[in-house]
Design a binder for this molecule. Sequence first.
Ligand code: HSE
Length: 437
Amino acid sequence: MTPVRIGILGFGTVGSGTWNVLAENSEEIARRTGRPLEVIKVAVKNPDKPRDISGGDVSFTDDPYAVVDCPDVDIVLELIGGTEPVREYVQRALTNGKHVVTANKELLATHGNELFRTAEQAGRVIAYEASVCGGIPIIKALREGLAANRIESLVGVINGTSNYILSGMKENQCSFAEMLGKAQQLGYAEADPTFDVEGIDALHKLNILASIAFGIPLQRCTDVYCGGIGAISVEDIAFATELGYCIKPLAVAKRSEHGVEMRVHPSLISEQRLLAKVNGVMNAVSVTGNAVGRMLYYGAGAGAQPTASAVIADLVDVVRTLDCDSVARVPHLAFQPDALAQVPLLPIEQTKSANYLRIQAINQAGVLAEITRILGEHEISIESILQHGSEQHEEILPVVIVTQETMEENMQTALKELEELDTVIGKGNRIRIESLD
Ligand code: HSE
């Protein structure tokens, strides 16, 4: 049986992990594909660097075009990351008639519409299971397993680094900076950790998930609301715990009457929810379909082997469809390309949520009345208020207010007015509460 010949771009954590899993499980994988797989070329920055790889020899090059232009390569694994010049490599591989497997969420979230078009015109596939949630087969689940459903919503913890940081801050009562340092040491964070802590990595993943869940084109990333975890303090985590909540870095996509809601930001969720128990670097996505109900997909969202697991699952899928007519394949974005719906993305101001609000207020008579007056004027109803006095009678005390579900626009105006009060010190810390109903 002739082997399927593979070229790899990038041999970092995911590339070398893929190589090792391919070598370790080669027989099992060949039993699935019906053909052996052979890596024939790998493009890296430094081909002379010694590498700890097992199970065979391979030709390293520092020229990515030696892979994407190589007539012997059938499938290219793009495992470099980032957008440029990777977009050009992927375009070139497709127009050269190669299928592409990628783990690159940023590339797809920002250029996916155009790349999928190129692939369709070339009759080739871009497979991207590894781009979202590492080893969890969430793309396959949404695109194929749940194909009977109208997906109503998905809510996920889809960035392992920020989940690791918030879980660690809670468990060890340590600061954000300390936990970020640990995450970087352990290799969880992206090359630029701001992508993790500012929600950008999760935004890229959410863009892909929402597109295949709702059958809409990938959105412009700058249109999707995105907030990071940098402002969460150990004090917020303690108050949230006292109120029966956990703080999680959530990505949310929902259908609503007027469009689609997509947002990434830390949220309080009831500690009774399964998502609240997703700790450390683990990921989970809760999906609600109108036929199946609510499902939860949980697993390792990052790391060499879990991500390699997803890369190779795609590889197996692509090999199985090598001889198929391209129209018979699963569409890239789950729905037929000419059936994608143009649905408006709702601005964050038009969304609703309950809120946790921590305000540093001067400890004197009438302050609470001023705060609640402003909330009342903006139709913000209070669910509960928490304030701890102390024997030292400090001059400034935190006041924690939980609101009922509120229009975001009203909340933003009220927050501005609260900041302007002489009795309120600095900016309040507001965290949305996700009911997950
Ligand atoms: N930096 C990512 C995360 C890894 O922390 O989830 C894979 O996307």
